[in-house]
Design a protein around this ligand. Structure first.
Ligand code: SF4
Length: 461
C-alpha cells in the first residue's frame, strides 16, 4: 500500500478508536465529574444529586472559555457546541494551572449527554473528544455520556444497584430545578426591591443543592419537598402585591439556548424589562419526551411483531413497553408531586404532558412525532400557550438550528392568522444591533393583546 494512504488509514483508525474508547458510559466512581452548566439551577441540583451518591461532582464555570470555544471550532458547528467546548477547555486548563504536577487527567470525566439524529447534538461529544486528544495533557480525560436513545439511562456509571436510583434522583433534581426557575420568573417581575430575587434565588439554589446532597441517595424526597416549600414561601414574600399583573409570554425553542442565559443574552430578563412576565418550557419536558418516544417505539414494534407473528420480537417489545411505560408513569407522578407541593403555596405555571402535546399536533395536523427532535415539543408547546391564553410567544434558538427553524416556518404564519404576537430570536454569540428594538416592538404587540384579551390565570393551568 502507498505509505501516504497507509498513514491516512492508520490515522483514521486512531481517530475512530478514540471515539469508542474515550467517549461512552464509564464508571464515575472515584472520579471528578465535570458537568456543563446549561440551566443554572437544574445543573447545580443534579450535581448535588450525584454528590449524594459519593461522586465528586462539580458544575463547570460557563462562558468564561468562549475564546477557547471559538478558537477550536470552525464556526459551522451549532452554537451550544462552541459554548460547551469552551467550558470544557477552560475548566481543564484552569484545573491544570491550579494543580500543576498534581493534575492527573485520568481522574476526570466530563459529562456530555448525546442523542441520535436527525440533528447534530450527537456529534458534540465526538468532536470534543477529537479536540481533547489534540492536547497532550487532556488526552486521558474521558467524556462520559448518556443517550436520549436510551431515555438517559446511566448504565455503567455506578454500581448496578445504584444506577436506577441515581437516574430517579437526578430526574427529581431536574423537576425541582424547573420549579425554582418558575419561581424566579413568577417573582422577579413583581419584586419589592430591584435585585432581591436574583440574590434570593442564588442562595436558594445552593441550599437546595445541599438538600439533594444530604437526602438524595436516601430518597428522602419529602424532606427535599419540605425545603422547596419553605423556599417558595420566602419567594412569595418578595412579591409586591400592589404591582398589577403583567402580560404573560411563553418561551419555547432549543433546550440549551433557551435555558443558558449567557448564550441567549438573558432574553427573559429583557422581556421582563419591557413589561412582561415569562414562562419558559421546562427541562423535564425533554427528558419525559425521550421516555415517551421509547414507549411509542416499543408500541409500534409490538404491533408490527404481532402482525408478522414474530414471537421473539413480540416479547422484546412487550418488555420494552412495560419498562418505558413504568418509567414515564413514575416520572409524571414525581413531577405532579413537586408541582402540587409548590402550587399549594403560590400559583406557578404547570408543565405540559408529552402525550397532550402529541395530541395537539395530531389534531392540528402540523407535524409528526415520527420525525422527532424538539420540533415535536415546540410546535404544540406554542399552540398550548395560545390555547391557555398567553399574550405572546418567543422561540429561542441557536442560529441555523434545524428543529427550531422548522418550528418557525410552521408556526409563524399560524400566529399571524391567530393574531398572537410571535418572535424568533436566533443567537450565535454576536450582538445584533436590532435585537432590543425587535423585542420592544414585540412587547408593544403583547401589551395590545393583553389589553384586548387579559391574561391567563396561572392557577387555572
Ligand atoms: S437542536 Fe439545533 S442546536 Fe441542537 S444539535 Fe440540533 S441543530 Fe444543533
Amino acid at each position: 500500500m502507498d505509505p501516504a494512504i497507509k498513514n491516512d488509514v492508520n490515522e483514521n483508525r486512531r481517530v475512530f478508536s478514540t471515539l469508542s474508547i474515550g467517549v461512552g458510559q464509564f464508571s464515575i466512581r472515584d472520579k471528578i465529574l465535570l458537568l456543563p452548566e446549561m440551566s443554572r439551577r437544574g445543573n447545580h441540583l443534579i450535581a448535588g444529586a450525584f454528590r449524594s451518591f459519593g461522586v465528586n461532582t462539580r458544575v463547570m464555570d460557563t462562558y468564561k472559555g468562549m475564546d477557547l470555544g471559538k478558537q477550536f471550532t470552525s464556526g459551522k458547528e451549532c452554537y451550544p457546541c462552541q459554548v460547551t467546548t469552551g467550558d470544557i477547555l477552560y475548566a481543564l486548563k484552569d484545573e491544570k494551572e491550579k494543580l500543576g504536577e498534581g493534575f492527573h487527567p485520568e481522574d476526570y470525566v466530563v459529562f456530555m449527554p448525546t442523542a441520535e439524529g436527525p440533528c447534530r447534538f450527537g456529534m458534540y461529544n465526538k468532536y470534543q473528544r477529537i479536540i481533547l486528544d489534540s492536547f497532550p495533557d487532556f488526552k486521558d480525560v474521558k467524556i462520559g455520556t448518556s443517550n436520549a436513545r436510551e431515555a438517559y439511562a446511566l448504565d455503567g456509571m455506578l454500581e448496578k444497584a445504584q444506577e436506577t436510583d441515581l437516574r430517579i434522583v437526578g430526574y427529581f433534581a431536574i423537576v425541582v430545578g424547573d420549579v425554582l426557575d418558575r419561581l424566579l420568573w413568577r417573582v422577579r417581575p413583581y419584586e419589592k426591591e430591584e435585585g432581591i430575587t436574583d440574590d434570593f434565588m442564588e442562595r436558594s439554589m445552593h441550599d437546595m443543592a445541599t438538600s439533594f446532597e444530604k437526602y438524595g441517595a436516601k430518597k428522602e424526597f419529602d424532606r427535599i419537598l419540605d425545603h422547596l416549600q419553605e423556599i417558595i414561601e420566602e419567594g412569595k414574600s418578595i412579591i409586591d402585591p400592589s404591582i398589577p399583573s403583567k402580560p404573560l409570554i411563553g418561551v419555547v425553542g432549543e433546550i440549551y439556548l433557551r435555558s443558558h442565559v449567557q448564550s441567549n443574552q438573558d432574553v427573559i430578563r429583557l422581556l421582563e424589562k419591557y413589561g412582561g412576565e415569562v414562562v419558559n418550557a421546562s427541562i423535564a419536558e425533554w427528558f419525559n419526551y425521550t421516555t415517551y418516544d421509547r414507549l411509542r417505539e416499543a408500541k409500534r414494534g409490538l404491533t408490527l411483531s404481532l402482525k408478522q407473528f414474530h414471537f421473539s420480537g413480540t416479547k422484546t417489545y412487550l418488555k420494552a413497553m412495560i419498562k418505558h411505560g413504568a418509567e414515564l408513569w413514575y416520572q409524571q407522578r414525581k413531577q405532579d408531586q413537586v408541582y402540587d407541593r409548590a402550587k399549594k403555596v403560590m400559583p406557578l405555571a404547570g408543565d405540559h404532558r408529552v402525550g397532550h402535546l402529541e395530541k395537539i399536533l395530531k389534531e392540528e395536523d402540523l407535524f409528526s412525532f415520527e420525525v422527532g427532535t424538539e420540533t415535536c415539543l415546540s410546535i404544540p408547546g406554542i399552540m398550548a400557550y395560545v390555547k391557555e391564553g398567553y399574550n405572546g410567544v418567543v422561540n429561542v434558538y441557536p442560529f441555523t438550528c434545524m428543529p427550531s427553524t422548522v418550528t418557525s416556518a410552521i408556526v409563524r404564519p399560524l400566529m399571524n392568522r391567530m393574531k398572537v404576537p410571535y418572535l424568533d430570536t436566533p443567537y450565535d454569540g454576536t450582538f445584533q444591533p436590532g435585537r432590543e428594538a425587535a423585542i420592544r416592538t414585540f412587547m408593544y404587540q403583547v401589551k395590545q393583546h393583553f389589553e384586548r384579551n387579559g391574561r391567563v390565570a396561572l392557577e387555572k393551568q
